[in-house]
Structure formats: structure tokens, C-alpha cells
Design a protein. Sequence first.
Length: 512
Amino acid sequence: MSAQNSLKILYLSAEVVPFAKTGGLADVAGSLPKAIRALGHDIRVAMPRYGRITRDKFHLTQRLEPFAVPMGDISEPAAIFEGQLAPGVPIYFVDNARLFDRDGIYMYPDDAERFIFFCRAAVEMCRGLGWQPDVIHCNDWHTAIIPNWMQTIYRSDPFFQNTATLYTIHNLAYQGIFGYRMLEIASIEEYGFIAHPDLAPDLNDVVDLMARGILFADIINTVSERYAQEILTPAYGERLDPILRDRRDRLFGVLNGLDYDVYNPATDPYVISHFNASHLEGRAPNKAALQQEAGFPEHPDVPLIGAISRLADQKGFDLIAQIIDPWMQHLPCQFILLGTGEQRYHDLFENIRSRYPDRVAVFLTFNTPLAQRLYAGADMFLMPSRFEPCGLGQMIAMRYGCVPVVRATGGLADTVKDYNPRSDEGNGFAFEPYDAMALYTTLVRAVETYKYPEVWRRLMLRGMAADFSWETSARKYVDLYYRAVATRRGAHPPQDYAVLRRDSTAERMAGS
Ligand code: ADP
């Protein structure tokens, strides 16, 4: 480690705000590094250079000439471009036109190859830069192969011998599961296959990148304390709970923070009328503008409920489908959904909109300015997730005075406290069972409470006063970095990986 215990950290993510975003991972990757930097550490970020990240738009300069990145028996060239994420925080872009010069981020048939390449290029880049990281901070399945490499192909490499890994699970549901060929591309001969007695047999016979991150990382964390507990159970473990339980001694929960420079209703450039806790009146024009944009009657007293989300099973929208009719018939309110994702949810919400056009508006796009206007203008924010590792939506909503209505799971349970009318405590509305009637009765409670402006105002103010800044969580991450470094220096790998079979890919393929 360098002088004064300042750490060198390479932070890897497949998406980073403002360069590419599909969800909360990009927000975290765009903001946590700044907070780590503010604590005095040399943190540098790396991501692929997707087609839309042009040199001109983001003022990138070429940092390394193309070099050969080993991909099994062949190699593939990577150049490195450099930009700035924030003052003092460089961001490196791995450039390879064949793999990354495309419009999208994921969902390509060669995703395994694309992200293995990104990881290998990012690791080798450190050598080219002459910069030896103390920790490589890997996020989600896209970068989960690196902990595996650090215990195998880089284990005795003098450059990386002391490089520890922290593996952060942002969402256990996306594991990056591929076939054997991936191991060849990843140059992995040793510890090829998992042979865990409690793991579903089919998982022992595939390459599950998330599982590898969990099995090999020096330290593991997920993005809320509640979710760190939940994933140890079969109900939330996405079939990896047996190996998570084995590794629970090194599994931690650290709640995500928000970038307060970006998410600030007093300065947000997308918000029409700025406001803050001592000037809540400034919020009203945002609601009126939203009602207009949605084609609703402009009623300041009718509660406006917003939802901003990926449209995936995780997010609980099937519950909404089950109660939409009684909701619309019995509860005076308006509902705006901004989201994009699975086609069946697009169809569902189009259908609901056509039946209640003056009460329901649906925007099936990804639109950051509209999202910010919605946080700033809606009265309530609906997030009935089936599971939620952390959830940023409810935290942004609270910061903007929009009261959350959520299912109490994962990070939602850690951040939203159900309103208790007797004690006048709480900052939102929350229900426990994953059940349409529980959602419905919670909406009834919220809409009823909205009728009492002073009570509602206190709810808004409590949400706005909550501290969701990165500072506290960034300190916890630094603590995990030190733990990872200590583990790396003291670990005895073969015992840790007893559940991995050593048969090589070649043998496996020959035998299959
Ligand atoms: P997840 O990471 O599971 O998608 P989070 O709540 O952690 O969920 O983060 C979602 C982030 O993406 C928030 O910043 C939210 O505002 C944003 N977002 C989600 N859907 C959209 C959309 N359709 N348009 C604009 N922003 C969106």
C-alpha cells in the first residue's frame, strides 16, 4: 500500500453515469468513486467505450496505444481512452470497435466474450499505465471473472500479487450464465467447475459468473444490509444461497448513496420550478406542469402518483395489474408511469392507459429529464418490488419531497419507514407481504393521509431531511477495501475453493 494508507482502487462497471446507463448501477458507479476520492484515495474507473461514447462529446484522449489482450488461444486488440469522471477521478475506456461499437450496452449474443475482454483489458491496462492497484472493485456479473483470475492466472504475477478484490452484488438476479466455451475465452484451466453439494445440479454444469465473483472475491458486499441478509435464504438467494451462506463471513451490506450534486431539487436543471425544504411551495408548479404534460385535469388537490422503473418482474408491476380497477374506481388520484422493459408490461400499461386516459399516463421510454420532473412533481412514488437490492428511486423521490409507497424488502425496508398515525413517525408507506391486497390497502392509507396537508407536509419533510449522501457509505467501502487487502495478504486459496473442481476445460469438453 502507498504512503499514508491511501489506497489505489480500480473501479470497474459496465455502465457509468453520465456515459451509459440502464439502471441504478450506473448511478452508483458515477457517484461512489467521487466520494472515495474525497476521502483521499486514488480511485480510477474503467468501462467499455460503447458506440455512443464519442471522443468529441466526452473530450476523451488516447492514453494507451492498442495492445494485445489474450482471449484463450487468440488475442484481441484494446486501446485505452481517458476522460474525467470528476476532478481527480480519471475514467478509462476500453476501446475495441468489433465488440463495443454498438448502440446498446447489453443483450448481445456475444456478451460473455465482450465482458471477459473488457475485464482482461482493464486488468492489463494497469500494467501499461504502470499503476498497481491495491484493490479491484468489481460490480455485478460483467466483472465477476476478475476475482477468479486474481486467485488463478494472476495469483503469482508479481504485479498483481497483492491486488485484492471487492465484489459488489447490485442484483443477484442477473448472474451471467454461459456455457463451457467461456472458460476458454477467459483462459481458465484451473477450478473450472463448481461442485457444491447443495447447489442445484444444473448450476454445477454451467459457468455462472456471479457465482465465481462470490467464490473468489476477498470480500463481497451487496447494496443494503437487509438484502445482504435476505440473499442467504432460498427465497431471495436466486439459487446461489448455498455458496453465499458458505461465504457469509465475508459478506457485508452497504446502502447505496445518492450524488447530492446531481439529485438536488434546488438546482436540478431538468426541474421547472426549484424548491427545497424551506420553500416547499416551489413544488406546486412542477405538479401542475406534469398534469398538463400527462393530459390530466389540473387539480392541485388530487394526489399524483408516479412510478419510474425498469419494467421487469422484480419491480412488482403484476400487483398493480391485479388492483388497477378497484384502485381507479375507488381512489381519487392520478398515475404516471415512466418505464421501459419487457413487452408484456408495455402491453399491460398501454391497456390500462386506454381504459383510464384521464387518470393514467404511460411513457414507455428511458427519459432522464422526464424522470427528474416526475420526482419533483408527483406526490407519491410507487415501488412495490418483489425484491430490491437497494433501490435508488425511493431515495431520489424522498429527496424531492415525493413520498414513497413501497414493499418493505431489501433496501426499501432499510430506507422507508411506514407512517404511523398514532406516533406521527415514518417517512412513507410500506407493506410486507407480496400481495395485491396489501398494496391496495397501503394505497388507501396513503391517499387518505394525503387529505391532511399538515401531516403530509411532515412526511415530505422527513423524507427530504434523510441523509442519503454517499459520505457514510463511502467510509464503509473504504473499510471493506482495507479488509480485502488484509484478506488477500493472508488467504490460503485452495481451502477456500474446495467446492471447485479442478478438471480443465479441455478434459470437460472431451468428456461431454
Ligand atoms: P434498478 O437499478 O433495479 O433499475 P434503481 O431504483 O436502483 O433500480 O435505479 C433506477 C435508476 O434508473 C434511477 O435513477 C431511476 O430514476 C432511473 N430510471 C429507471 N427507469 C427509468 C426511465 N424509464 N427513464 C429514466 N430514468 C429511469
